[in-house]
Design a protein around this ligand. Structure first.
Ligand code: UD1
Ligand code: CA
Length: 481
């Protein structure tokens, strides 16, 4: 889109009293991102030349988030403006005027996360086509209460915008409302703002008064009406947040199903905005895909699985598991009940499952840790078999150490590998061994006391045959048969 010389201006200074929360309103999370993050993501995608954000309440938190590399880098030229006292939306825009280059400005609220990119593009398009001084994004609402009403005059043109609190009975019947998103010619906005006075019930400086002023001055004023009024939904309390979030999840599901992703019981599946899925992925109930996760073609994820910023190749199966910042090759199998922590790398055809935790480790191609293990700070080669209950003892109470396991190693069940330790290729570790020394390739390492046999043990410890409770019970059971 040609968005030369368009500035995005986000109003985010309000308190959000109805959230009843210590968190500033625009910092509340919706599907893994703060409300304002959704608005900034749209502005980034529109490639505006400049983005200005007006902050006030909770400005430390909001500023910290906005200043993060991720948000800043994409937006390029982003400035934060402080509005110390919140005297109204016109007052908020006035604080930004000194930083506003000539040209066009799009004004948005930081608490409207559902506005679609296409909608913002269409608003700008209408503004340009009408060569308007000001263009407002409107919506037809079944229940318009609390919102500003669009009063249309001659030929259906916008005459002015009236706040609910200032509206007479007739105006209150109008169902077309102001979404709070606009485009302005900066020169016209400057001129109009100088004339805004707080002569209203709330004694606030209303940005909406700019429309009445410009109409009076015979300047062209336009409106762009939303087809889906849901998009304009503003978040004022935690119930509205949950409703908006549901709409967001549904949008994501619809999008990915149309891209060829199969979902079973879709209403239980949550996919955040930065997730990428290939066609022929299957998602089973209660799957939550978070962060910048990627799932390759033909993989089956779920049920009951959470993946956060994981990269998963083709034809993997991950069931009833939790993973974060893990990388899986093709054909891997995780779970049921796998836990992959940060830095877990599973090469092709690796198998991790049934109560196994992996942290900061490489599991080589076709290697298996199938039952009840902890593998931390380890590097496993190919075709390693880790027996049930094996633990890498990576922590000595002060430092973490590495365990190296060569190709084709067989680790017997219930072994402890005390790091730092290295097991050569093809070696075998006897079940139950606590290995503290490096094991050469192809060797057997066995560390356990020889088994002793003491005959007649019960008699030796004074339990005569037949007198024990257990023996009595066994005898009785025998008779009843
Ligand atoms: C505003 C509009 C109303 C519209 C509604 C849509 C005005 C006068 N009214 O009303 O017509 O239907 O939005 O949601 O503009 N803000 C500041 N500084 C301030 C006041 C507000 O930054 O001094 C920010 C808020 O944080 C919020 C946005 O501006 O992001 C809108 O403010 P809000 O108080 O929610 O306006 P409404 O009364 O809802
Ligand atoms: Ca509002």
């Amino acid at each position: 889109m040609n968005s030369n010389k368009v500035t995005g201006l986000v109003l985010a200074a309000g308190k959000g009293t109805r959230m009843k929360s210590a968190i500033p309103k625009v910092m509340h999370d919706l599907a893994g991102r703060p409300l304002i993050g959704h608005v900034l993501a749209s502005l980034n995608a529109l490639e505006f030349t400049k983005i200005l954000v007006v902050v006030g309440h909770g400005r430390e938190q909001v500023t910290e988030y906005i200043s993060q590399a991720g948000v800043q880098a994409e937006g390029g030229n982003l400035d934060i403006i402080v509005q110390r006292d919140q005297l109204g939306t016109a007052h908020a825009v006035q604080q930004a005027l000194p930083y506003l280059p000539e040209g066009t400005v799009m004004v948005l609220s930081g608490d409207q996360p559902l506005l679609a990119l296409d909608t913002l593009g269409a608003l700008l398009e209408t503004h340009r086509r009408c060569d308007a001084a000001a263009t407002v994004l409107t919506a037809e609402m079944e229940d318009p209460s609390g919102l500003g009403r669009i009063v249309r005059g001659e030929g259906g043109c916008v005459a002015r915008i009236v706040e609910q609190k200032d509206a007479d009975a007739e105006t209150q019947h109008i169902k077309e409302i102001n979404t709070g998103t606009y485009c302005f010619q900066v020169e016209a906005l400057r001129q109009a703002l100088a004339h805004v006075r707080p002569n209203n019930v709330q004694q606030e400086y209303y940005l909406t008064d700019v429309f009445g002023y410009l109409t009076q001055k015979q300047r062209a004023v336009a409106a762009h009406k939303l087809t889906d009024p849901q998009e304009a939904m503003g978040i004022n309390d935690l119930y509205q947040l949950s409703v908006a979030e549901e709409i967001y999840w549904e949008r994501m599901r619809r999008y990915w199903m149309r891209e060829g992703v199969r979902m079973v019981r879709p209403s239980t599946i949550l996919i955040e905005g930065d997730v990428t899925l290939e066609a022929d992925v299957t998602l089973l109930p209660n799957t939550w895909l978070r962060g910048r996760s990627y799932i390759g073609r033909g993989s089956v994820i779920g049920p009951q699985t959470t993946l956060d910023t994981c990269r998963c190749g083709e034809k993997c199966v991950i069931e009833c598991s939790v993973a974060e910042e893990a990388v899986l090759g093709n054909g891997c199998h995780v779970g049921p009940f796998g836990r992959l922590r940060k830095g877990s790398v599973l090469e092709n055809d690796a198998h991790v499952g049934n109560f196994v935790e992996i942290k900061n480790s490489i599991i080589g191609r076709a290697s298996k840790a199938s039952h009840l293990s902890y593998i931390g700070d380890a590097e496993l080669g190919e075709r390693v078999n880790v027996g049930a209950g094996t633990i890498t003892c990576n922590y000595d109470g002060a430092h973490k150490h590495k365990t190296l396991i060569g190709d084709g190693v067989f680790v017997g069940s219930n072994a402890n590998l005390v790091a730092p330790v290295s097991i050569g290729a093809g070696a075998t570790i006897g079940a139950g061994s606590t290995v503290t020394k490096d094991v050469p390739a192809e060797a057997l390492a066995l560390e356990r006391a020889d088994q002793r046999m003491v005959s007649g043990w019960k008699t030796k410890i004074g339990v005569s045959k037949g007198s024990s409770q257990g023996a009595k019970r066994a005898g009785k059971a025998e008779k009843e048969k």
